[in-house]
Design a protein around this ligand. Structure first.
Ligand code: ADP
Ligand code: MN
Ligand code: MN
Ligand code: MN
Length: 376
């Protein structure tokens, strides 16, 4: 018995009749934000009388923060400040998806609004034209919370044939992956590619290269699209960094990084300098590479199954067991980018990219919170 949601079994032909109705000159705008868990996404939709052409056309809005672990009931109105606009791949043109920052009643950033600090850092390192590419690994689950299509009692065959695999015996849930890919392209998310992962039902998509703050914006929206596509199919996507204990690969969010100097001839020297700086702040980075101060990554970074040890910093060319990997081609061409393999799948990309930029280019700490807020 396939464990998909009831909602996914509602009559799609009936749905299609309504979805194809004309909507006049009105525009549906769906506001998306990060909730109080720092991992969950929320959204709600309103009608505009015109089609917005830029983010500044979209009005601020608000929501009830006491229902998203973001405020007390007595002072619960939170501001939604639109920051990035995409096409809506579900209700189609002219409708929009809008990623928002969350501000508290006093207009200070909400606890889980790490975009503010990220924006400050990216502004300070602007001249370096820093690019990121993040590899989002995730695991499909049935509505029962068990990995999708795994036997109810027992396990699929051991890892080996699943990574980049093809065939019903190897690839579990490819419909989700292909629909998510198209949804990203339609929306305008800078999706780079996708592949099946080492554990069955585990997949990856990459976003990038994105400059500065765009990395976090596009990855968060790509995650929203993933959860939304999964909802349509009646399954779930978890970003838990170690969904299955034992000899099953965990899920990371490898972060690829380059500056203008690293991409130019002889850039390897700058890559090595950045890695040296990262090595000196290993513990600080681990503390911000998952939403629970390193607790989530503790289950994943075990020093085997293509991960490094959480306790030690290491680097190497083409080494997938190290904290930082220099791709083989980059080692050969002596320019390009490096890969930080430590971030957990459920990391906040704003926090991760801000920490990397601060350590490598500002010699500054990686604190999560904005200076603005600390002064409160
Ligand atoms: P892997 O071999 O580690 O699995 P992937 O092919 O999955 O690598 O992902 C590569 C990532 O590197 C993509 O997100 C891409 O956007 C990113 N990338 C490529 N070139 C650069 C660059 N110069 N700077 C930063 N990121 C880059
Ligand atoms: Mn990859
Ligand atoms: Mn991978
Ligand atoms: Mn990788």
């Amino acid at each position: 018995m396939a464990s998909v949601s009831h909602s996914s079994l509602l009559n799609k032909a009936v749905r299609q009749q309504y979805m194809s109705l004309p909507q006049g000159h009105k525009c549906q705008v769906t506001y998306i934000w990060i909730d109080g868990s720092g991992e969950g996404l929320r959204n709600k939709t309103r009608t505009l009388d015109f089609e917005p052409t830029s983010i500044s056309d979209i009005p601020e809005w608000n929501f009830d923060g006491s229902s998203t672990s973001q405020a007390e009931g007595s002072n619960s109105d939170m501001y939604l400040v639109p920051v990035c606009m995409f096409r809506d791949p579900f209700t189609l043109d002219p409708n929009k998806l809008v990623l928002c920052e969350v501000l508290k009643y006093n207009r200070f950033p909400a606890e889980t609004n790490h975009r503010v600090r990220c924006r400050e850092v990216m502004e300070q390192v602007k001249e370096h034209c820093i690019w990121f590419g993040m590899e989002q690994e995730y695991t499909l689950l049935g509505i029962d919370g068990h990995p999708y299509s795994w036997p109810a009692n027992g396990f699929p065959g051991p890892q080996g044939p699943y990574y980049c695999g093809v065939g019903a015996q190897n690839a579990y849930g490819r419909d989700v992956v292909e629909c998510h890919y198209k949804a990203c392209l339609y929306a305008g998310v800078k999706i780079y590619g996708t592949n099946a992962e080492v554990m069955p039902s585990q997949w990856e998509f990459q976003v990038g290269p994105c400059e500065g703050i765009q990395m976090g914006d596009h990855l968060w929206v790509a995650r929203f699209l993933l959860h939304r596509v999964c909802e349509d199919f009646g399954v779930m996507a978890t970003l838990d960094p170690k969904p299955m204990k034992g000899n099953w690969n965990g899920a990371g969010c490898h972060t690829n990084v380059s500056t203008k100097q690293m991409r130019e001839d002889g850039g390897l020297e700058h890559i090595e300098r950045a890695i040296e700086k990262l090595g000196k702040r290993h513990a600080e980075h681990i503390a911000v590479y998952d939403p629970h101060g390193g607790e989530d990554n503790k289950r994943r970074l075990l020093g085997h199954l293509e991960t490094s040890s959480i306790h030690e910093f290491s680097d190497g060319v083409a080494n997938r067991g190290s904290s930082i990997r220099i791709p083989r081609q980059v080692g050969q061409e002596k320019k390009g980018y490096f890969e930080d393999r430590r971030p957990a799948a459920n990391c906040d990309p704003y926090t991760v990219t801000a920490a990397i930029a601060a350590t490598c280019l500002l010699d500054a700490g990686t604190m999560r919170r904005s200076m603005v807020e600390e002064g409160e």
